[in-house]
Design a protein around this ligand. Structure first.
Ligand SMILES: NC(=O)c1ccc[n+]([C@@H]2O[C@H](COP(=O)([O-])OP(=O)(O)OC[C@H]3O[C@@H](n4cnc5c(N)ncnc54)[C@H](OP(=O)(O)O)[C@@H]3O)[C@@H](O)[C@H]2O)c1
Length: 329
């Protein structure tokens, strides 16, 4: 059956300007880090993409190393794109990244010009694309001169292989330097992708202000702390959850009683607000005007529905914010 996108897909999503650029991103974006590799069912990945796009989620985030195995998320996405989404290519913002270990030897990691440009070529082949909309340097490289890495980003835009560029996981001061270099090169930095959730608040210590001052957008990854800021773990660890999957990024040891106590208290506030904890956690990241989009992951289409349902109730009273703050400290 040929996929036909929901004609009402643009009616309920909110699109927010990304920094001082011409690009708007959906308030909710979908990441393909988990649930798109070869170890998951292609049909589930396909259903997730259908549901996301049908809900107005136009931005899909990938990286060279997403899988497992590394590269397989881009390959599987490329297949679904070819089979179902090509008529919608111009309605999609597709991103990829390079910066973590991708292949053996000294040229498959970090931030050299050699690595970034060849990695993007490989990503484009895997996805069957002529260009990505956003290409990121995935993490700072302490050894490569920042100028070299930023020049590589500038080059891929001039080559037409990326429309925009961004950085991820850069601390505030380094981000400011990278943004300035890119401005000097004539390829403005579109966006920064940091980790940000109720449980991970380092960006509040300066990065978000730098981005706002410099007119750069931000997309917060893991806004649900990988599922911890949901009702998923309130009654133990479900067999189909990330924490039970053997993930090195979320395991039972991280779900301490202290953390679960906070989750229970936050859940009670969310219930009072008439929403799920996952929805409150996303609305909280979007509060104020410093974050352009929340970058969620999903293993089930109902999780995408939950996220989109958040848009109906994004407002917090000063009392609610203070109550949440008291739980998080
Ligand atoms: N730049 C970087 O360095 C970097 C690093 C990490 C991630 N990212 C990006 O950020 C994206 C999102 O990361 P993430 O997956 O960690 O985000 P997340 O939104 O914090 O966690 C997503 C997980 O939470 C659970 N979940 C989601 N909605 C739920 C709901 N309504 N109820 C219960 N559980 C729910 C699901 O886990 P279950 O499997 O348990 O269902 C889901 O896979 C990635 O795909 C990637 O694109 C970037």
């Amino acid at each position: 059956m040929v996929y036909q996108a929901n004609p009402a897909r643009y009616e309920s999503m909110e699109y927010r300007r990304c920094g001082r650029s011409g690009l708007k991103l959906p308030a909710i974006s979908l990441g393909l880090w988990h649930n798109f590799g070869d170890s998951t069912l292609l049909d589930n990945s396909r259903q997730l993409l259908y549901r996301a796009f049908d809900s107005g989620i136009t931005h899909l985030d990938l990286a060279n190393n997403y899988g497992p195995p590394p590269g397989s998320a881009e390959e599987n996405f490329g297949r679904i794109l070819r089979e179902d989404f090509l008529p919608y290519r111009d309605e999609l913002i597709i991103s990829s990244k390079a910066g973590y270990t991708m292949w053996d030897g000294p040229y498959g990691d970090w931030g050299s010009r050699k690595y970034l440009i060849s990695s993007l070529d490989q990503s484009l082949k895997r996805m069957g694309l002529e260009y990505v909309d956003i290409f990121y340097h995935h993490r700072p490289d302490p050894e490569t001169p920042l100028e070299e890495t930023m020049r590589a980003l500038d080059t891929v835009v001039r080559q037409g292989k990326a429309l925009y560029v961004g950085v991820s996981n850069y601390p505030a001061e380094l981000a400011a330097q990278a943004i300035d270099i890119l401005n000097d090169l004539g390829t403005p930095c579109l966006i920064h992708q940091p980790r940000y959730s109720m449980f991970e608040r380092w960006v509040e210590g300066g990065l978000l202000n730098v981005l706002q001052e410099k007119g750069v957008g931000s997309i917060a990854f893991s806004p649900l702390a990988g599922g911890q800021l949901t009702d998923r773990y309130l009654d133990g660890i479900p067999a189909d959850s990330r924490a039970a999957s053997g993930s090195k990024f979320l395991n039972a040891d991280q779900l301490t009683e202290e953390k679960l106590e906070k989750v229970r208290k936050l859940n009670a506030i969310a219930q009072r607000r008439g929403q799920k904890l996952s929805q409150m956690a996303l609305a909280w990241v979007l509060r104020g005007d410093k974050v352009t989009s929340v970058l969620i992951g999903a293993s089930k289409t109902s999780q995408i529905d939950d996220a989109v349902g958040m848009l109906a109730n994004r407002h917090f009273t000063a009392e609610e914010l203070a109550e949440i703050e008291a739980i998080l400290v």
